[in-house]
Design a binder for this molecule. Structure first.
Ligand code: FUB
Length: 446
């Protein structure tokens, strides 16, 4: 992310307007990396959002995608970063490292299957005992690779009520196969559906209330999100229209759809984060999400462009537990990385004036008295200000960060808190001289 400091003033201004209810724009939900190709699943009452990852230095119209990331949420607005969970390197047979395009994870019998296109090398499958990974390649070869063309991208897998699983995929043509129960092989031929009206790529196959749905990136370019419905899992598909119309405000798109805690959501992607910095086009996309609604006949009501929607938080955030610092609603300018032992993620690139925001934090009626954070800072002499509502809102505590003996030497430190009661947005503002003030692992209130 470039020009970070010069954008902070604008970001604070926008946050203040947002908190005052003047701006209701729904920004991309992940800001510490560029993300694409959202693939959400609900497991154990938590949304697991797998995404592709556009590298920060992707240039022009070429994709630079090496791995797949994982984020989780239980309230739809605060997301915890789990870092990369798989990469093209997990496929020994791949011919190049670039090409980690749109994947999807499905669960069957306690195992998690991740279907991954390796652009130009077909579609592979990984399996894990946990949604967090590690994922391994159980077959050591592509699941599907029609070498005569480059159509084999964007797999979507759905397991029907009778246990039969299907995989659809393809650009510009749509294909499907009938998967075997092992989820890592298929029987029968590859069926070429051809092109549904306006179909481009990124199919998302699911069933709801007895009806089959295929959502997809439609029309080009810009791409909107269209959908078709069918009575049977293998069609015929009847094109129904748009879930989200194409708009000049973005270019590519890619749907992921779930029901969660009584609401329905459509995820997609746009260039809204890149646009904060530049008008120039680079394939550096960001995942967004909006609530969507079904009509009584199962058809879907059109959703306005992401920025014209406002995402409601579905449950309040509990600050009285260990919270990973990489949990946030907004942290533009910050970066996250996995610890070198692969266990956990930390926040870094923390410069003077940066901030990290969580939405809807419930401090309760008695309120918080103490704040503890596990932080590493080579030079110390910096602080974390704790504000309510927005970066200029009430200051309820300040944690002074002393030198910890190195930028990788973590230490718990605490400060008193006063005035944090009831439910507020919580904004941590970082103060100190210059850049890379500290690295942050976790925090909690008492
Ligand atoms: O992210 C790379 C490709 O762009 C995906 O496979 C397509 O769906 C489009 O989003």
């Amino acid at each position: 992310m470039e020009n970070k400091t010069k954008l902070l003033g604008a970001a604070f201004f926008c946050a203040a307007l947002f908190c005052a209810g003047i701006v209701r724009a729904q920004d991309p939900i992940i800001q510490t990396k560029y993300t694409a190709d959202p693939a959400p699943i609900v497991h154990n009452d938590t949304v697991f959002l797998y995404t592709g990852h556009d590298e920060d230095d992707a240039q022009g119209y070429g994709f630079k995608m090496l791995d797949w990331q994982l984020y989780t949420s239980t309230d739809m607005v605060n997301w915890t970063d789990h870092g990369p969970v798989a990469s093209t390197k997990d496929f020994a047979w791949r011919q190049r490292d670039n090409g980690a395009w749109a994947a999807q994870v499905v669960e069957r019998g306690g195992k998690f299957y991740m279907y991954c296109p390796l652009h130009g090398n077909g579609i592979g499958v990984l399996v894990s005992d946990s949604p967090y990974g590690p994922f391994k390649d159980p077959i050591g070869k592509p699941l599907v690779w029609q070498k005569e063309h480059w159509d084999d991208i964007d797999p979507t897998v759905f397991i029907d009520d009778d246990g039969q699983a299907y995989m659809y995929w393809g650009n510009p043509n749509l294909y499907y196969v009938t998967l075997n129960d092992d989820m890592i092989s298929y029987r029968g031929p590859i069926v070429r559906v051809g092109k549904l009206e306006h179909y481009q790529e990124g199919p998302w196959f699911y069933k709801r209330k007895g009806k089959y749905y295929l959502a997809y990136a439609s029309t080009c370019c810009p791409e909107g999100i269209g959908y078709a419905m069918a009575k049977y899992p293998t069609g015929p598909w009847e094109v129904k229209g748009y879930i989200m119309r194409p708009t000049d405000r973005t270019r590519g798109n890619h749907p992921g759809i779930i029901d969660y805690k009584g609401k329905s959501y459509v995820f997609g992607q746009n260039y809204d984060l890149l646009r904060i910095e530049m008008e120039e086009h680079h394939e550096r996309r960001s995942v967004s999400v909006a609530e969507m609604h079904y009509n009584a006949d199962g058809t879907i009501q059109e959703v306005p462009y992401f920025k014209d929607t406002r995402l409601e938080q579905v449950e309040a955030f509990d600050p009285y537990r260990r919270v990973e610092a990489e949990t946030m609603a907004w942290g533009y300018g910050l970066k996250t990385s996995k610890f070198s032992d692969g266990k956990g993620v930390y926040v870094h690139s923390i410069d003077d004036g940066d901030s990290l925001r969580l939405r809807g934090v419930d401090f309760g009626r008695r309120g918080a008295k103490r704040f503890t954070a596990c932080v590493a800072s080579a030079k110390g002499g910096c602080s974390i200000e704790i504000h309510l509502d927005h970066a200029g809102g009430p200051l309820v505590g300040t944690l002074q960060v002393e030198p910890t003996g190195g930028q990788d030497s973590y230490r718990e430190m605490a400060c008193e808190v006063s005035g944090a009661k009831k439910t507020h947005d919580l904004v941590f503002v970082f103060r100190g001289a210059g850049k890379d003030l500290m690295q942050w692992d976790w925090w909690r209130f008492e």
